[in-house]
Design a protein around this ligand. Structure first.
Ligand SMILES: Cc1ncc(COP(=O)(O)O)c(C=O)c1O
Length: 413
């Protein structure tokens, strides 16, 4: 008897056919070669031999090319080697890990902090370790895949509430058995929409229903708040938030993730969250880069001010050309230019827009599939952009929209 082939889906899955169609249409926008090169002007990268201004990086403070951050990486590698070759519980805890954990806890005003290999691992670890069989985890419907996967791995009951909708959250929590532990999960800045969570409102609902609140602030820390402490500081809501998570892969110009909160919780995660226990420790170069970036975040507020001013300027320029942008104080600008009545067509239009814009010398992210509720273009502003680059991007986007008859140039729109 012929057995079912587990690989069969890789040929027959309708999503694979959709990707092939995109490729045939010249609208496949993913995994482009995108090589940073120190010899290029700020904010430019090399793409297939061509120099392109990138608006697709999460390097919000433009620290990946900062000489101090690069020097810190090199010195740490020379001193401690290229990797830790072991889990934190075994041989993988260095002085660099301990110092960065202390500095982060101090920065975020928490008792303790814990580093993970990536932000994705941190979320997997926290959700799966804290969500037991007598618990409920309620997450905003737009939460990042790492949170969704972590909740799936946990033994907790799962619930999603409508995006930023406090009454939907209250409905989920209401009537929950008092014997069930409750954890509410939101993002400080939503990674695709670029909008802010209502942290004080969410915290108030949590307080009413005895739930703990976790804020993943991957896109807020370093960028928002007078001290760069993120969306929680921006909302003056520190005392109402139980756990803050983040990543070093964005404003911190490195790689790695972390969680900060009360000591007992962090100690529990240190011993019982699988991605911490069973994965190798962050390497010296990444730790040193994150530490150097943290120092710059603390001491150079003008960087986040510049990113905020440029973000507002970009929104203005795009609005002048008729693009409908999200109106928030974040460097993430999400735009929907595809056909609102047909998601497949919108994905193809968004992909083609991205590729056409690239040929004109500008890269923005095209996001669709399971990463966004509806196909979007996602523009990320960095402190190293300048106003001329942003005006040129908006002009090129308007020309592209006109040529492809999408977005503000859609017939009958
Ligand atoms: C909200 C959010 N959380 C977590 C992550 C994962 O971070 P990392 O890149 O460090 O794995 C991301 C990354 O895109 C994110 O946007």
């Amino acid at each position: 008897m012929a057995c079912k082939d587990v690989f069969e889906k890789t040929r027959s899955d309708s999503r694979v056919a959709d990707l092939c169609t995109l490729q045939q249409l010249g609208a496949y926008p993913f995994c482009k070669e995108c090589t940073p090169d120190q010899s290029l002007p700020p904010a430019e990268v090399r793409m297939h031999g061509q120099s392109v201004v990138t608006f697709g990086s999460n390097d919000y403070l433009a620290l990946t090319r900062d000489p101090r951050v690069i020097e810190a990486c090199m010195q740490a590698s020379r001193r401690c080697g290229s990797g830790c070759s072991g889990s934190r519980l075994m041989n993988g805890t260095t002085e660099l890990h301990l110092r960065l954990e202390e500095a982060l806890a101090d920065f975020l005003g928490r008792e303790s902090a814990l580093l993970y290999g990536t932000g994705f691992q941190a979320n997997l670890g926290v959700m799966s370790a804290l969500g037991g069989p007598r618990d409920l985890i309620a997450a905003d419907e737009y939460c990042h895949a790492s949170l969704v996967e972590g909740i799936r791995l946990s033994y907790a009951r799962r619930a999603r509430f409508r995006h930023n909708d406090l009454s939907s959250l209250a409905e989920v929590l209401e009537g929950c058995d008092p014997g069930i532990g409750r954890l509410v999960v939101i993002e400080g800045v939503y990674s695709m929409g670029g909008d802010l969570a209502d942290i004080p409102g969410t915290a108030e609902v949590c307080r009413r229903y005895g739930a703990r609140l976790f804020v993943d602030d991957a896109h807020g820390i370093g960028v928002l708040g007078p001290g760069g402490r993120g969306a929680v500081e921006h909302a003056s809501a520190g005392a109402a938030v139980d756990l803050i998570g983040g990543t070093f892969s964005k404003a911190f110009a490195s790689a790695g993730g972390f969680i900060a909160g009360e000591r007992a919780v962090i100690d529990y995660l240190r011993h019982f969250s699988a991605p911490f226990v069973f994965s190798a420790a962050m390497p010296p170069a990444s730790l040193a880069a994150a530490s150097a970036a943290l120092h710059i975040i603390r001491t150079e507020p003008e960087r986040r001010k510049r990113t905020a001013e440029l973000s507002a300027f970009c929104r203005e320029c795009l609005a002048r050309h008729g693009f409908d942008t999200n109106d928030c104080p974040t460097p993430l600008i999400a735009l929907s230019i595809g056909d609102p009545r047909d998601e497949r067509k919108a994905a193809a239009e968004t992909g083609l827009f991205c590729n056409t814009l690239c040929q004109a010398g500008f890269y923005v992210n095209a996001v669709f599939g399971n990463a966004a509720a509806f196909p979007i273009l996602r523009i990320s502003i960095m402190a190293s952009h300048d106003q001329d680059q942003i005006e040129a991007l908006a002009d090129a986007m308007a020309r592209t929209a006109e040529r492809l008859r999408v977005g503000p140039a859609r017939q009958g729109a």
